[in-house]
Every structure is written in C-alpha cells, then in structure tokens.
Design a protein around this ligand. Structure first.
Ligand SMILES: CC(=O)N[C@H]1[C@@H](OP(=O)(O)OP(=O)(O)OC[C@H]2O[C@@H](n3ccc(=O)[nH]c3=O)[C@H](O)[C@@H]2O)O[C@H](CO)[C@@H](O)[C@@H]1O[C@H](C)C(=O)N[C@@H](C)C(=O)N[C@H](CCC(=O)O)C(=O)O
Ligand SMILES: Nc1ncnc2c1ncn2[C@@H]1O[C@H](COP(=O)(O)OP(=O)(O)OP(=O)(O)O)[C@@H](O)[C@H]1O
Ligand SMILES: N[C@H](CCC[C@H](N)C(=O)O)C(=O)O
Length: 522
C-alpha cells in the first residue's frame, strides 16, 4: 500500500511516536486537515539534496535548518523531524519523539514491507559477523539456486551474485528497506545481514524481526564518545537482537551467555547453540565443529551428534570453523534440510581481506592479510599462526595501526593481543578523522611492555609493509622463517585521512607486488 501523509501519521500514532503535525501556524493531530493528505509520496529520503517533487524527508542526526533553503521550490511534500521547521518550509511536518524509529517504520511501509517477503537472518557479535554472513549466504545461495541477498561491512549483494562495497556494517534503515525491496524485485528469497551494536543504538533495525538471529561472541570494542560510552552499553545494544528474532543461535562460549539466555526466556525465543570443540566427547552444543582426527585440514560438523559433513575450509583457523558451525545452524533454522549438499559450499568461501594467506617463492616468508583490529581478534590470529608454524619457530612481525576518534580501547587491545608472541610490531597508518595518526601510534607504542618486542613507527602504510618484508628477507638469509601479520585494513584500497578516503594501494596488493604474485585483476 502506498505511503501517504495520513497513513504515515496513523502508523506513527500507533507506535506512540507522533507529537503533532505542524503546517505554518497550524498545529494538529488530524492529518485530514492537511491538503493532499491522501496523496502517495513519490519518494523518501534523509538527504535534502535528493528531494524532488512529492518527496517525504527525514531530518535526522546533525541535520541543519539551513539544508532546507529552497526546499519548497524543489517540491518537498512533507518532513518528519524532532524539531519544528515551519519557518523554513511550507510543507507539513510530522513532529515525532524519535526520528530514527519513525524512519525505520515508515521506510518499511514505503517499500511495501519487503522483510515479509524474505527469510531474514541477522548476525551480531564482536568478531566473525562478516565471515559468518558470507558463509551463511554461500549455503543459502547453494540451496536456493542463488536467491540469497547479503548486507555486510565489506559488500552488499542484492541479486545473489553482484557485490558492491558497502559504507556501514548495518545500513541506515531507509537504505536497508530500499535494498530489501530491490532484492525482492530480483527474486531473492533470503537476506543475511550483519547487525552492529550501532544499528540498535541508532535504531537502524527498529521494528525489524529476524526470522533467525545469531549472537556469536562479545568482547570489549567500539567504546568511544561516538559509539558506546561503556562496555555495558555496547552489550546492552547487542542484546536487543534477542528481543527481535524468532530463533536465536548462540555461541556456547559467549561471555554473558547466561544473561542472553535470560533475555531469550523473557522474549520467549528458542535458543540453539554452537561451539568449536576439541573432540566429540566434550560436545555440549547443538551444533559443533570438531577437528577431523584423520585429516588436519578438515573439520567435522555435527548437529546433535549427527554428521552434517566433513569440510576443508579455505578460510583457515579454528575461529572460522566456529563461524562455519554458526552458518550451518543458521541455515538449518532457516529451513535447509540436514542432508542438503548445500553445506559443502562452505569449503570454497573466501572473503577479501580476511585471513588471506600469501607465501614468497621459497616459503621463507608467509604473510596474512587480515581484518583483526581489537584484542580478541589479534590474539586469536597470532595464536593460530604460532600453532600452525610452531615447528619452524618463525619470527613474527605485526604491521598494524588503530583507528582515530573512536574505539580507543583497541589501541591497547591490539598491542596486548600481539605482544606476547610477536617479535616486532611496526606501527602504521589507519583511518582517522580528527586525531593525528602519529599521536595514536605513539600511544600504542607506549603499551608495549614486553622487552623482547622491538617496534618502529612508519606512517606510510605501503612503506611499513615493505620494511617488514625486507627485514623478513634478512631473517630468511640467516635461515629463519618469518610470518608477517598485516592487520586492520583487509583489502581496502583507501585510508581515511581527515575523514576522507585517500587512495591506498591495499595491503594484499603490496604483498602480492613484493612476492611477485599476480594481482586479482591482472
Ligand atoms: C550515528 C549515526 O548513525 N551516524 C550515521 C548517520 O549520521 P547522521 O545521521 O548524524 O548524519 P550526518 O552525516 O551528520 O548528517 C545529518 C543529516 O543531514 C543530511 N544532510 C546533509 C547535508 C545536506 O546538504 N543535506 C542533508 O539533508 C544527511 O543526509 C543526514 O541525514 O548517517 C550517516 C549517513 O546518513 C552515516 O554515515 C553516519 O554514520 C557514522 C559516520 C558512522 O560511521 N558510524 C559508525 C560509528 C557506525 O555506525 N559503525 C557501525 C560499525 C560497527 C561494527 O563494525 O561493529 C556500522 O554499523 O557501520
Ligand atoms: N569467531 C571469531 N572469534 C575471534 N576472532 C574472529 C572470529 N571470526 C573472525 N575473527 C577475527 O576477526 C577479524 C574480523 O572478522 P569479521 O570481519 O568476520 O568480523 P566482524 O564481526 O564483521 O568484525 P568488525 O565488526 O570489526 O568489522 C578476522 O579477520 C579474524 O581475525
Ligand atoms: N567495522 C569496523 C571497521 C574498522 C576496521 C579498522 N579499519 C579500524 O578502523 O579499526 C568499525 O567500524 O570499527
């Protein structure tokens, strides 16, 4: 049904969001007093620069009244806001308690409730969201002949096969419903989406119920003045997924799992669990990944002790086997039968900038390009390579930085994740808006307390990787192997400098160049 001023006002009133409608001097609760109240809006947007004749505008965030200059000439039909802008426009204003909640509800209606035509799967957690999302999409795509869409922090995919770089982990609600509508138009039956804590904090998924949701794990991250003031706030936001799903897939080992189970009981939501375990005798979860005793590169995946399959994943590391077990649980709960061949699709999943593994010609230098950028992920990665290459006793060099202006706890976290097992840490540029990168790197250097770890700051990221590789060559000449861990940027070919994307060769590109490996688009 088309969205009109009258139907918008009605929906907002049902959700106790409407304060009043303001047009000129007139303040009312009765939308029928407004001319054209039954006229469908031609479009909706949260950006004045996109307003054309008949558009409904949401004024949110750091919106300024000056953005409304000339807006009547461009045909603004109505606006939704927490403030009265009748001095700037003749268009009626739906004044609400919370514009982001209002935007989510009205965008869903404008796009004809696309979520009702999709099986929607939401994934939250501190680490593994993107990987689990790609795994789940691969299984559902294999099962449905390519009918699974994806919203992730790397890419969005609306047709099961074309991937476009995304800007946020969870899109703005209006964009999310627009993309869902497009996905439905493309014949998609499933949507897998990452759900960040910010998404709940700023109501990007308000009113959306996930058919199946996953809560993977929780550890300190995203604590800063522009994200979450405290860990408690971060966890509280993530916990909201439990109250907004029909079934919850929960990591057995997730910190605060008992609290999340309490949430699920209150919300009357069934919980299924997943875990990575060393052997079947210690299986305490509904879905489990077990190392295959007969094949070191394989994992056995089981549901209630029954085999789903033995898979050799291209994405290395036990944590990725746990992510794959989650994807199996999600796909099973979304209706994929236990004996479906679709699960084998897990084997071929690769994700740009996640656990990308490179070797130089004689194997004396190994490099991992990965997205680790907090304590847990850095520690997990370095533990993995230390175990994998234990026999070679490699020198380990970590090339890293940390983001400016937010998630300040990562700076110490990354160093603490690395310094127990690293021999050297080369600190280099990451994304920043206002904070000078050199200050962040000096701060990080100050957290290095292990006297056996040497460090250096090289601001130019490509040069930092080149330096690490040259040192590895020297170590190789002395007969010792080196593992390079280049973390935090994945395959991003930009670095945010003063908030703007500056072109950057890309971590994988630098390594391929240094190792003489063909680039992906060569
Ligand atoms: C708090 C929040 O949700 N912020 C997002 C929000 O910003 P905002 O609403 O304040 O928008 P703004 O850019 O300040 O501008 C205000 C409004 O004026 C409009 N405008 C602007 C100029 C103009 O001429 N006319 C006009 O109408 C803008 O379109 C906007 O609607 O809307 C913007 C797009 O409309 C987003 O880019 C921005 O994300 C911020 C910058 C961001 O990056 N947030 C991070 C912390 C985030 O959300 N991260 C999580 C990742 C977490 C994880 O990985 O786990 C994520 O989900 O991505
Ligand atoms: N289950 C896991 N447990 C711990 N670390 C993990 C797990 N899965 C992935 N990682 C590590 O975290 C990094 C980021 O993984 P991924 O992109 O899948 O997570 P994410 O939740 O989307 O992260 P972010 O929100 O920070 O972008 C990986 O590159 C890897 O180093
Ligand atoms: N989704 C993550 C990406 C940032 C990764 C890394 N490049 C960093 O800046 O720490 C975030 O918004 O925090």
């Amino acid at each position: 049904m088309a969205l009109t001023l009258a139907s918008a006002a009605q929906l907002l009133e049902q959700h106790h969001l409407l304060r009043e409608i303001i047009i000129g001097e007139r303040w009312t609760l009765d939308s029928s007093e407004i001319a054209q109240h039954d006229q469908p809006f031609s479009g909706i947007t949260y950006d004045t620069r996109e307003v054309v004749n008949g558009t409904l505008l949401f004024c949110k965030g750091n919106f300024k009244a000056s953005f409304l200059h000339d807006i009547d000439e461009r045909g603004l039909a109505a606006y939704v806001a927490q403030n009265d802008y009748s001095a700037e426009t003749k268009a009626p204003g739906l004044i609400v308690n919370d514009v982001r909640k209002a935007m989510s509800l009205l965008a869903a209606e404008f796009f004809d409730r696309p979520q009702d035509k999709l099986t929607v799967i939401g994934i939250t957690g501190t680490k593994g969201k993107t990987t689990t999302a790609y795994f789940t999409q691969a299984v559902l795509n294999a099962y449905s002949d390519g009918k699974c869409a994806l919203f992730s922090s790397v890419d969005n995919c609306l047709d099961g096969r074309t991937y476009k770089e995304s800007a946020l982990t969870t899109p703005e609600s209006l964009d999310a419903f627009r993309m869902m509508h497009e996905a439905v138009g493309n014949g998609m039956r499933y949507l897998v989406m990452e759900v960040s804590s910010q998404a709940y904090k700023v109501n990007r998924v308000y009113g959306l119920t996930f058919d199946v949701a996953a809560f993977l794990n929780i550890s300190p991250d995203h604590i800063s003045p522009i994200e979450h003031p405290t860990f408690e706030d971060y966890l509280h936001c993530k916990r909201q997924i439990t109250y907004n799903c029909r079934t919850l897939v929960l990591g057995t080992d997730c910190d605060h799992a008992d609290l999340i189970r309490e949430d699920a009981r209150r919300a009357n939501v069934p919980v299924v669990t997943f875990a990575l375990r060393g052997d079947a005798a210690h299986n305490d979860s509904d879905f489990v990944a077990l190392p295959d005793p007969d094949n070191a590169s394989q994992y056995i995946f089981q549901e209630h002790g029954k085999a789903i399959g033995d898979f050799s994943l291209e994405l290395e590391g036990g944590f990725n086997a746990a992510n794959a077990a989650t994807a199996i649980a999600l796909a099973r709960e979304a209706g994929v039968p236990e004996d479906s061949p679709a699960f084998a699709a897990l084997e071929h999943v690769r994700i740009s900038g996640r656990m990308e593994h490179f070797e130089n010609g004689d194997g004396s230098i190994v490099a991992y390009v990965d997205y680790a950028h907090n304590f847990v992920s850095t520690r997990t990665l370095i533990d993995f390579v230390s175990r994998k290459y234990a026999e070679q006793n490699p020198r380990i060099i970590v090339v890293t930085g940390s983001v400016g202006d937010k998630a300040v706890d990562r700076r110490e976290g990354i160093i603490n994740g690395a310094q127990e097992k690293a021999d050297r840490i080369i600190l280099t540029s990451e994304d920043t808006v206002k904070e000078p990168m050199i200050d962040i790197l000096n701060e990080m250097r100050g957290y290095i307390t292990n006297p056996n770890v040497s460090s250096e700051i090289i601001l130019d990221r490509a040069k930092a990787i080149e330096q690490a590789e040259q040192e590895a060559e020297q170590t190789a000449a002395q007969g010792r192997m080196t593992v390079l861990l280049i973390i935090g940027k994945g395959e991003e070919q930009w670095i945010k400098v003063e908030g703007k994307h500056a072109p950057y060769e890309g971590d994988g590109h630098v390594i391929r160049r240094l190792f003489g490996i063909a680039q992906p688009n060569d």
